[in-house]
Design a protein around this ligand. Structure first.
Ligand SMILES: Nc1nc2c(ncn2[C@@H]2O[C@H](COP(=O)(O)OP(=O)(O)OP(=O)(O)O)[C@@H](O)[C@H]2O)c(=O)[nH]1
Ligand SMILES: [Mg+2]
Length: 426
């Protein structure tokens, strides 16, 4: 598929040409040319009429299959552009959805992508019907009025169906999550901009082999794996990456997946620290925006500055300070930051911050356990290590253990017939 790309930069906010080219590459397109313009949005064509003439000439000369816009087009802009250029028009979100379509493997991911697509098409189809009523011939994708009407009905029906199915999957997920929590697992979610290194980090922590590639949106399916964080039982979830101005319709479609982030005990926000600061800043802020939209900012958030191997400790340290400053200015409280290299497996700093954060969760409390039968000591210690953190052991005729334990797991211990009471933290 051969395409011409068009980028309109807002006068005070340049879009990233590299990222747009990345997206086109990820979609598997051959890029014939890219046209850029700095200008306020033109209501009719998004780009200015002069620029439109230039694009027209390019289309005549290069004969692309599509013209792809780096901006979000309104339905009427897309329609006007198609009338002028007579070639298929695509905007940034369609491009993202097309990449999603390629990457979706699980049933859930496929349904979510289909829902997002339909949600995207809905206003376009309505616009086509409006146009037909105004006397325009061409309906949606060349359909006549009757067909377009039927298609609109089909979209609405299908959306309802998909929402039902996703709701079922979501409910199953909730049950599974609750069960895991009752088993004493701490839930950690990986979040962050696409290509930041989330899947690589999951792999290194859990010895897994989830796809990690240098391309955007490698992961669309949610993966949850268990691992032990210094003995403690932890579940970690990797999910779809974020991108600049992720539109609400995509967030909505991916609701059941993204909910893993909202419901986690701790969120690890992975940031690619190897890029120049303006890029790191842009992507970090975009990620905070998504977390805000998901209402996940009240979770404990740890920022993991990844790919430190490419820039060195000092540079990463500077970016770490800038990120802390930026978060504070946006009134976001971070539980901590860590400089890591997921690829090289250098993640000690993150493990330390994670452990500290987990133990400060309200569900962990300090307890004192007294054991009278010596043969039970081993068993109690092993349970304590998997659901909490051992602080001290005093052996004697009666063994005393001090430990942070998840309040919900106390029953596991009392079942053994040991004496347990809340202790004051030192
Ligand atoms: N040099 C270096 N490269 C890394 C590191 N971590 C990840 N990468 C590379 O960055 C690219 C993206 O990694 P992924 O783990 O796929 O990123 P992701 O965040 O899961 O991306 P999406 O699934 O697309 O959202 C891959 O080429 C990784 O090998 C790191 O610590 N150092
Ligand atoms: Mg991934």
């Amino acid at each position: 598929m051969k395409v011409v790309g068009v980028i309109r930069h807002e006068p005070r906010r340049r879009a990233s040409r590299e990222e747009f080219e990345e997206l086109l590459r990820s979609a598997g397109y051959e890029v014939l040319a890219i046209v850029e313009q700095v200008r306020e949005e033109h209501p009719r064509y998004n780009i200015g009429p002069g620029k439109l003439e230039e694009v027209k000439k390019l289309v005549k000369a290069l004969r692309p299959d599509r013209v792809v816009f780096a901006n979000r087009l309104t339905p009427s802009q897309a329609y006007n552009l198609w009338r002028e250029l007579r070639v298929e028009i695509m905007d940034k979100w369609q491009l993202v959805l097309e990449i999603f379509e390629k990457r979706a493997h699980s049933k859930e991911a496929k349904l979510q992508v289909e829902l997002a697509n339909l949600q995207y098409e809905l206003p376009l189809v309505k616009e086509a019907i409006r146009r037909i009523r105004l006397g325009d011939r061409a309906g949606f994708k060349g359909m006549g009025e009757y067909q377009t009407q039927q298609y609109l009905k089909h979209i609405r029906y299908r959306m309802g169906k998909i929402r039902e199915e996703l709701e079922k999957i979501r409910a199953e997920r909730a049950v599974r999550r609750k069960k895991r929590e009752e088993e004493g697992f701490v839930l950690i979610a990986l979040a962050g901009y696409t290509n930041a290194g989330k899947s690589t980090l999951l792999n290194i922590l859990t010895n897994e082999d989830v796809d990690a590639k240098n391309q955007m949106f490698t992961t669309l399916d949610t993966t949850t794996r268990r691992f032990r964080l210094r003995g403690k039982k932890v579940l970690i979830t990797d999910t779809v990456g974020f991108i600049d101005d992720l539109p609400p319709f995509i967030v909505e479609a991916f609701h059941s997946t993204l909910e893993e982030i909202v419901k986690a005990d701790v969120v690890v926000l992975v940031v690619d620290a190897s890029e120049p600061w303006p890029e790191v800043r842009r992507k970090f802020l975009a990620s905070l925006d998504v977390l805000r939209e998901l209402k996940a900012l009240d979770r404990p958030i740890i920022v993991a500055l990844n790919k430190v191997d490419l820039v060195g400790e000092e540079d990463a340290g500077e970016k770490e300070a800038l990120i802390l400053e930026l978060a504070e200015r946006r009134s976001v409280t971070l539980s901590g930051t860590a400089k890591i290299s997921a690829r090289l497996g250098r993640v000690e700093e993150l493990l330390e911050v994670l452990e500290r954060t987990i133990l400060s969760l309200p569900k962990f409390r300090l307890f004192e356990i007294k054991i009278r039968e010596p043969e039970k000591v081993g068993k109690v210690l092993s349970i304590v290590r998997s659901i909490g953190e051992l602080v001290a052991v005093e052996y004697g005729p009666e063994t005393t253990i001090r430990a942070y334990i998840q309040a919900g797991m106390i029953r596991e211990l009392t079942k053994l017939g040991v004496e347990l009471r809340a202790a004051q933290p030192p």
